[in-house]
Design a protein. Structure first.
Length: 243
């Protein structure tokens, strides 16, 4: 009943060690291919497929390193020669390695196919026009608008309170100035989705300044009329019988 229990069991250590050594060498070599592909493609990740007489090889790379190398033979199951999981079984690895040289040759041919690709691409281009003069003029106009807005904010702060908004309609469009203390927070034209002529962020574009600058005077005139009306109302306040 116990016959055979005393027989020696052949170990797989030598085969596993050889497999692991071969898999490590393939990972290092395929890693070079992955880095070259990443440089060529200009991206941090991607994959490329190469066909050989024995099947197809797929290299997937990320951050310039190989993520996996998969061999799909024309006969049999696919094998992950390199992967982030367990190493391949010795049999499938041996089958894949018999075609590995063809895979490298296919890769080299792929790279050589790009020889001369950029030879006729021009490397001289027209001069780029400077926007410095336009921007300087835009900033000068916006600064003048800010000076006017600041003056309005100071008056509003003086007789309206610490903060608030003043709005009116100019040429059928809503203009709104918000003040905080004696400083202007923003001057917005066109409602909540409109253009900020003044804001705590960057200035508007030059075309927007061109479109709206002509109406700044009308906005100021409307504000002045508003102030005149307030003064007229205050002049009618009576504090006594003789006032």
């Amino acid at each position: 009943m116990t016959e055979g229990l005393d027989a020696d069991v052949d170990g797989m250590d030598e085969v596993a060690e050889r497999r692991d050594e071969l898999a490590a060498r393939v990972r290092t070599h395929a890693g070079q291919i992955a880095r070259e592909l990443a440089v060529l493609q200009g991206g941090d990740y991607g994959q490329e497929e190469f066909d050989t007489d024995g099947g197809s090889w797929t290299v997937k790379y990320e951050a310039g390193d190989v993520q996996y190398l998969r061999f799909d033979p024309k006969s049999g199951s696919e094998t992950y020669v390199v992967s982030s999981k367990q190493p391949p079984e010795p049999g499938p690895l041996e089958t894949a390695m018999a075609d590995y040289g063809n895979f490298v040759a296919a890769y080299n041919e792929y790279v050589r196919s790009f020889d001369g690709l950029l030879a006729d691409v021009p490397d001289e281009f027209p001069a780029v026009e400077s926007t410095a003069e336009l921007v300087a003029e835009r900033d000068r106009i916006v600064q003048r608008i800010r000076e006017v807005g600041t003056a309005m904010a100071g008056e509003l702060y003086r007789y309206e309170g610490e903060y608030g908004t003043y709005s009116t309609t100019v040429s059928g469009t809503r203009w709104e100035l918000k003040w905080d203390g004696d400083a202007v927070s923003y001057l917005r034209v066109g409602g909540s989705d409109g253009t900020y002529l003044l804001s705590q962020y960057g200035p508007p574009s030059a075309p927007e300044v061109r479109r709206l600058a002509d109406d700044v005077g009308a906005f100021v005139e409307a504000f002045n009329e508003h102030v005149d009306e307030l003064e007229a109302d205050l002049s009618q306040v009576s504090l006594g019988e003789d006032s």
